[in-house]
Design a protein around this ligand. Sequence first.
Ligand SMILES: [Zn+2]
Length: 180
Amino acid sequence: MLPLDLPALRASLVNASRKEASDLTPPDLDGLDWDRLDLLGWRDPRQPRRAYAVVPFPGDGDVGVEGSGDGGVGVVRGVLLRQADAVPRRRAQCAWCQDVMLPNDVVFYSARLAGPAGRRGATVGTLLCRDFECSHNVRVLPPLAYQGFDRDAARAERVRVLRERSRSFVETVLSGATDG
Ligand SMILES: [Zn+2]
């Protein structure tokens, strides 16, 4: 994804109040390898249990190509997340990267829906890698499942699925904006 600055992160949040957006503490933005991120997820270093996931939505043009016009770069949309008290069963799987090697903890996150539905208290929850290791996980070359197995194609497919699933979650949060 393309690099973002703090104002862009704050402006991206679709389900946060103005106060919540201004309270956001970013990760070390200069230290990130943006080329290897499908989304930017992090836990707020100053607010326990609070986290964010900012997801690119490419436009209709050349996907993600910088300078290709309005349609190419697209927009980013972010969601404010809260880690739930519930503890997932052992060997839980992240809904976004679906990693089966379990290199990291998976926890329950919930997001308030955007708009009127969210103000009425509606939330949506999902199991995610605790520190949003998803982009890294899907780039690990999978084992050779059988002779002739195309590992690069399998990896590319996992990247595609991660992007699709994270966008779909943000769209679910956004659906609250049009409900009632
Ligand atoms: Zn994950």
